[in-house]
Structure formats: C-alpha cells, structure tokens
Design a protein around this ligand. Structure first.
Ligand code: ATP
Length: 248
C-alpha cells in the first residue's frame, strides 16, 4: 500500500533522515522504533507531506533550508510531490506527536473538526464507532479538550484522525508519557481499528515493548537511518534489538 524509498531529509546541513526505505502493506501494523531524535517525527511528516508545508513556511520566513529527497508510492501512485491536504484526502492521516487537540474545544467539536475531509454520510457512523472503541470519550462528549487526562486526549486525537476516514493512519508516539494501563487500552484499540476497519497503521514509539504484540513488521531507526527491519519475531530473536528496544 505504501512504499517509500531512499528518503533523505536535511535541516540545513543536518541529516535527519538518511536513505530510509519503509513499506506498509494493506491491513498491517508497522512499527518504527527509535530513541529521541532518531528521526521518527521527521519520517511521519515526510510520509504525510507535512514536511512540504514546514519547508515552504521556512522558505517564506527566510529560515532554515530543508531538503527532502526520495520517492513515496501509495496505492501504486508516486505521491512524493502531492500536497499534504490531497494525501489526507487519499487516506493518509497523521495523528501527530504530543496529541495536538484543540484544547479550548469540546470533545465532540474536536471530533467534528476531524470530519472536514470526510463525506457527512460517514461522519455519523464514524462518530458512533469512535465511541464504541473509546467508551470513555462518549461520557466526556461535552468536556473541554484541555480538561481531559493525557490518555483521554490521546483517544480524542486518534478519534479525530479516524473522523478523516484514513486508509493509512500514521500514529506518532501515541503512548508517550501515559500509564501502562492506558497504554494497554490504546494498543488494544489500535489493533481493533485495524481488524475492524481494515485501516493500515504505521506507529512510532521510543520503546517497542508495549506495541510489539500488535505489530506485523518493524523498523529500527538510529540517527536517521533504518538500521534494522523484520517481522516481530525476527526482531525479537536479535539479542541487540531485544535489549536496546524491547527491554526483554
Ligand atoms: P522525539 O522522540 O524526540 O520526537 P524523533 O525520533 O521524532 O524524536 P525528530 O523529531 O524527527 O526525531 O528529529 C530528528 C532530528 O532532526 C533531531 O536531531 C532533531 O533535533 C532534528 N530536527 C527536527 N526538526 C528540526 C527542525 N525543524 N530544524 C532542525 N532540526 C530539526
């Protein structure tokens, strides 16, 4: 479904992504694991096209020079030059790091904002589905986003992404700073979303362990380069990967 190859991103002379190639098949969950600054968010911005916007804004402001190279193919088409808004319409939806919900708006308003790309016929059905996956949100419909707990905010961020009708959902560090219990709930619901809606998912995390049970395939990023890849079992069998990323 997604096949990105030779991705390179420079912030000025700093190489943030170094010849990264990554694939995601239909109906699968792909993990991208790496320490702080490994390039996870840069990769997600590049796949979703937001990097193009960041680059343009920097150019307009006379700021740093950003260079993006490589090819991204999605459903058989080369989308490397396709604008982020169009990529979103094609089904590539990013749920960014640090849960950027609208803190002054209510839960339901946040979800409706996510539907601006989707036909209204699907909005109602999707809303019901989100409340099924995250019953906690249903009870908090009218609550202001900023008053939700971290876990609830993450559910809302994923819910908002679902309202945009993704075919490929990009989850950037969804578990960051959350308790193990909330992490378990979020990981389970992520698998449910793939199983029930057939949405493919690329998920980045610093620590692989909590998401390992649900990933089909994973990549390890170090200093902007994909240094290793394999199925969950292949990576688990590698002692270096086990101790560095899986904590086992
Ligand atoms: P984290 O877990 O901290 O979010 P990450 O794996 O997502 O890390 P990135 O945010 O992609 O890493 O950053 C990769 C590298 O690029 C880092 O060294 C970071 O400092 C640098 N970087 C990111 N954004 C910019 C920018 N706009 N200008 C310059 N350098 C940047």
């Amino acid at each position: 479904m997604l096949d990105a190859s030779g991705l390179m991103v420079f912030y000025e002379n700093m190489l943030a992504l170094n010849n990264v190639s990554i694939e995601c098949d239909e109906n699968s969950i792909v993990g991208v694991f790496g320490a702080n600054s490994a390039g996870k968010s840069t990769l997600m911005y590049t796949l979703s096209g937001i990097m193009q916007d960041i680059k343009r804004k920097e150019e307009m402001a006379g700021g740093e020079r950003i260079t993006v190279l490589g090819e991204i193919r999605y459903l058989g088409n080369d989308i490397s030059e396709v604008k982020p808004s169009l990529r979103a319409k094609m089904g590539i939806i990013l749920c960014p790091e640090r849960r950027r919900i609208f803190k002054e708006s209510s839960v339901i308003e946040n979800l409706r904002i996510g539907a601006y790309l989707a036909p209204s016929s699907k909005a109602k059905e999707t809303l019901e589905y989100i409340f099924e996956v995250y019953p906690a949100l249903k009870k908090l419909k009218k609550r202001i986003g900023g008053f939700l707990s971290g876990g609830e905010q993450q559910m809302l961020a994923i819910g908002r992404a679902l309202m945009a009708q993704p075919r490929l959902l990009l989850l950037d560090e969804p578990l960051l700073g959350l308790s193990p219990l909330i992490q378990t709930i979020l990981v389970r619901s992520t698998r449910e979303i793939r199983d029930e809606k057939g949405i493919s998912i690329i998920v980045t995390e610093q620590y692989a362990r909590p998401v390992l049970p649900i990933v089909d395939y994973a990549f390890i990023l170090e200093n902007g380069a994909a240094v290793m890849e394999g199925t969950r079992d292949e990576l688990l069998r590698n002692p270096d990967v086990r101790s560095a990323y899986f904590g086992v």
